[in-house]
Design a protein around this ligand. Sequence first.
Ligand code: GLU
Length: 421
Amino acid sequence: MKNKKKYIQDNPWHSALKQLENVAKIIKLSESELEYLRHPRRELTVSVPVKMDDGNLRVFTGYRVQHNDIRGPYKGGIRFHPEVTIDEVRALAMWMTWKSAVVNIPYGGAKGGVVCDPDKLTIRELERITRRFTNEISIIIGPSKDVPAPDVNTNAQIMGWIMDTYSMNHEFAIPGVVTGKPISLGGSLGRREATGRGVTFTCMNILKKLNKDIKGLNVVIQGFGNVGSVAAQLLYDLGAKIIAVSDVKGGIYNSNGLNIPKLLEYASKNRYVEDFPQSEKISNKQLLTLKCDILIPAALENQITTENADKIKAKIIVEGANGPTTPEADEILNSKNIIVMPDILANAGGVVVSYFEWVQGNQEYFWTEEEVNTKLKQIMDSAFEYVCHKKDKHKVDFRRAAYIVAVSRVAEAMKHRGIYP
Ligand code: GLU
């Protein structure tokens, strides 16, 4: 392609562009279509001045990137993390466009982030950061414009503050401005567990395709947050052996399988998984290269790179995080016949139930948890089937197949809308 850039492996935005280009050739996207999709539609950088509890003022930096809204309102989470960068948020926004498209829900893609370390903030400081950031981005968000949700280090309470701030500025309650809200504010049952549940459905779908039973399979999970911990519990309940898990402080290992219900209790008391009885300490790095049937990276980007891809011994990788594998590492994994279930499909459960929350809120008619989970399964299963169909047709890996589905849907919608004016 024209203006071919030199991509840097650990820059997520470069990875996202490379993944798009990899599929553009296969679906014969025109140079103009590709050029359009390479550019986020809007990027907002804001300063977030906050009075800290000690009386001092600090100014945090926040971003909201809106990649594409051709198929519907922008959608995507907000993360609070000390290493947030504009390029990371750009990549995450583009991945949201593909994620919504691959599961065929009527949304575009966006993402937000605030550069801060929630571990070093009090709850009151966290609330003030959230409210001021919401105020600064409120010019571009809204229930039919751009709907944020939780992501790394953000949760239902933070969504509650976003909803309140936005509503106060508009003088009436507007619950549809965010998803992942507390149930008392119109949140959906099953939303908290949705991403981990979707990851579990993806594991079951790929195992079924390979004619394998989950019972007794060894599973390794990096990250024990909202995604990793729920996937651990559900897979444990299905009979898998979770032999290792980790969090920011490091990992724990037991070749006979960890007792996940006990671990969940332990982690909720001690905050971290370290020193859990009947486990050995291992590093996050060691955890990724453990011999296992399924590896679930459910933490951050750039975990599987050219540095460690040839040492990965998992048979299947199911991406709970966004962007855990670089495109360069993908090629190595492919050459080793390791199956990778890509993030945009595997972790789409969260945004699917966000969509359900938005639909329920708009109709002011709420579903039971069973209905939510059943509908989530239907969407995850049919997206998986359609991706498999494209995989067989084009003889490509799962990531390219998922991108074929997603990018083609967006490109087709783009054709029908045309370019304004
Ligand atoms: N942050 C989640 C993701 O990366 C959920 C986004 C949403 O629900 O809008 O998919």
